[in-house]
Design a protein around this ligand. Structure first.
Ligand code: Q9C
Ligand code: ZN
Length: 317
């Protein structure tokens, strides 16, 4: 396995998020990635590789140019310690911009693209340690701790070579990713997540969202009870993998959020550390070249153990 990692994510460290006019500490902290990197290094899980820099044109295949230019220019114009909410270009109160947000988000996307490049050259398993995460960012918006949709940019890039399946196992529905591929039949988007009637992003991720035009049938949503058990999760995962097999993609992209963990502070699924190995084994049974993209997960001290458990499963035959 190759692990793509950079320190630059630390430059993005907003001081607060907002809900109902209450400021609270920002859950999406730099330690998240550091603790995963440390564990994977300790376990000699794979070779650590720094990302290459890719042209912005890759990002502008799924995000609108106006949005990307805004993100870069506005971010660079901010003063140290500014926490700016981007009006037209933001969908909620969970994605403040700071001075170095663009630099970190661009690097996070380069991590995903570097991983995609390795898949194209024949590697079987890549772990892209992306931060900030991406799956809530759509063509025109940041939101939910996300600024550039790493999984979507990488999937679009991979789709030049053949069909791509995206399996989103973050606790939250990947509204940004779904939007970007909603009318396409060459990229399958499948998500398992908490019932949007109760949990963020609240307005997408329902069963009846199945795609439009050519894309009908190529978006599949599995909303689950907010406190879903391992048994239900496993059954639902197996159902979703059947769709991946039928689609027969060239590449698999995993939007891997660890906010499905039993102790996660903002979520309520009941998944335990050993269960992530089982998730990995199920996914490995597809025998597809696989790019793992880090998304959420906020019980910081256990993220290393969770990632290592998933990797052990993914590496099994
Ligand atoms: N009171 C990702 O996992 N809502 N984003 C938090 C806390 C925002 C999650 C509610 C959740 C965004 C990538
Ligand atoms: Zn999440």
């Amino acid at each position: 396995m190759k692990i793509i990692y950079s320190q630059k994510h630390k430059l993005h460290n907003p001081s607060y998020e907002v809900y109902d006019m209450q400021q609270s500490p920002y859950a999406e902290v730099p330690e998240r990635i550091e603790i995963i990197a440390k564990k994977l290094k300790q376990e000699k899980a794979g070779e650590f590789i720094a990302p290459k820099s890719f042209p912005i044109s890759h990002i502008e295949k799924v995000h609108h140019k106006n949005y990307v230019e805004f993100l870069e220019n506005k971010s660079k114009s901010l003063k140290k310690d500014d926490n700016f909410f981007a009006s037209y270009f933001v969908t909620d109160t969970y994605a403040p911009m700071t001075k170095n947000t663009f630099i970190a988000a661009k690097e996070s996307c380069d991590i995903a693209l570097t991983g995609a490049d390795f898949l194209k050259s024949g590697e079987k398993l890549i772990y892209a340690l992306c931060r900030p995460p991406g799956h809530h960012s759509g063509a025109y918006n940041m939101g939910g701790y996300c600024y550039i949709n790493n999984a979507a940019v990488a999937s679009e890039y991979l789709s030049n070579s053949g069909k791509v399946a995206i399996l989103d196992i973050d606790y939250h529905h990947g509204n940004g990713t779904q939007q970007m591929f909603y009318d396409r039949d060459d990229v399958l988007y499948i998500s398992l997540h908490a019932d949007p009637r109760k949990k963020y992003p609240y307005i997408t991720g329902f069963k009846n969202e199945k795609g439009v035009a050519d894309g009908v049938g190529y978006t599949i949503n599995y909303p689950l009870p907010v406190d879903a058990s391992e048994a239900l999760y496993k059954k639902t995962l197996q159902a979703s993998l059947k769709h991946v097999r039928r689609f027969n993609p060239l590449y698999l992209v995993i939007s891997a959020g660890f906010d499905t963990y039993i102790k996660d502070p903002i979520a309520a699924f009941k998944l335990t550390v050993p269960f992530y190995k089982e998730i990995g084994e199920e996914i490995a049974s597809l025998q597809l070249p696989t790019l793992v993209i880090q998304e959420g997960g906020y019980y910081v001290s256990d993220l290393g153990e969770i990632a290592w458990s998933l990797v052990k499963g993914l590496s099994s035959k």
